[in-house]
Design a protein around this ligand. Sequence first.
Ligand code: PNW
Length: 483
Amino acid sequence: FGKELTVEELPLPADFAWGTATAAYQVEGGISADGKGKSIWDTYAHLEPSRTNGENADVTCDHYHLVPEDVELMSSLDVDVYRFSIAWSRIIPLGGRNDPINEKGIAFYNDLIDRLLARNIEPVVTLYHWDAPQGIYDRYTALLDTAEFQADFKHYASLCFSRFGDRVKKWVTFNEPYIISIFAHLNGTLAPGHCRAVGTDTKTEPWRVGHTVILSHATVVEMYMADFFPTQKGQISIVLNGHFYEPYDTTSQIHIDAAQRRLVFYIGWFGDPVFLGQDYPPEMRAYLGSRLPEFTAEERELLQRTAKFNAFYGMNHYTTKYARALTDPPADDDWTGNIEELAVNSQGQEAGPVSGIAWLRAAPGGFRKLLNWVWDRYHLPVIVTENGCPCPGEDDVETAVDDKYRQMYFGLYLDAISRAIYEDGVKVEGYYAWSLMDNYEWSAGYGPRFGIVHVDFKTLKRTPKNSAYYLKESFQKRRKATK
Ligand code: PNW
């Protein structure tokens, strides 16, 4: 960070919620404890260790056994919210609508929820954070079969609502459909690792997977509102990720258009059908042609009926990139709209100082612009469901605990939220730091540490980093400033 960047600790609304987030496979461990079934991540990490840095999450943070300690830790940090995900294969080991239910798995989540509520921490629960049961992948390739997946996901969701919905009042159906579609079914860097190299159809698979997510989401929203909302009175929505894109060259119309097009291909892909009840964005239809599935008339009606029920826009956001329009003909499985993403623009200016992971640079100005872009397009209150970073050179516990880069990053990103609220009129209701603790960063293994709490993966000892105390105190200060 340059000297000119200082954190101003601008105010936030008195009722603004702060929280921390995790995902089941990244933190739980206990992968076969008490009858848990396998997920596609267990298979991927074990079968193809070369694609996951040789590492798996068999144990990881062992959150499964250390929940009491982890809840006390969160309580000591004064968090309002804990966003976690349910491992589908923990409660329905084989995943399908006719498969047996695992009561011990349900008991684990009941205990977690009860402990959180006893400490006045609100559970925000994600149903699908990338760990499809291996059973449904074996049977019909999971997300690639829209009708089968929709039916099984609906059954799983209804089990969750009926067992946990008396106490869980904020539900997220899917985490980051873009990543599920592109990374897991085109680049192949996440389970189940479909990509050109293994001979899958990268021209159409990602778009089919996206279609499955959108329709499964809408089906579950409709069921929640009809069957559960009248008694449970909770909220439901989806979490979309997305970088902000600045034009590679602000004096050239093709790059200005490219930056807008990239946002539409990244966020509009899911946002327009889910939140507006519309077809895919026209730019995508024009570019992708028959690669993009069609919604039937009945499906269009489902989207139109359910759009208004989404209670918030769940935003996972980490960084900003430059979008550069390409002029050569794209590859036949291009998913970008023929755009190259860069960290440096035509003037040699960097998007921001690089963090401890190559794709993530601190760029709070882009965050503020994205909050505005999303608000203008969807007009829904935003909850920032993930934001955070690994620090450069964060390898031993001493340097890890004094995490200056992360404190600066959080400070500037919170300032950006304050500006978006008070200067731009965007409605932002909460902020969940990614992540509560260092964990298994998918195919990057245990290298990148996103936690506000350090985890020693040999002893499992948790040590809060200075950023954890920074957030605790900063939220006290920022929220008092508005009273
Ligand atoms: C999110 N990207 O994923 C996930 O929801 C988390 O599970 C994950 O640990 C976290 O961000 C940090 O990576 C992303 O390359 C992974 O653009 C990669 C990207 C974006 C989000």
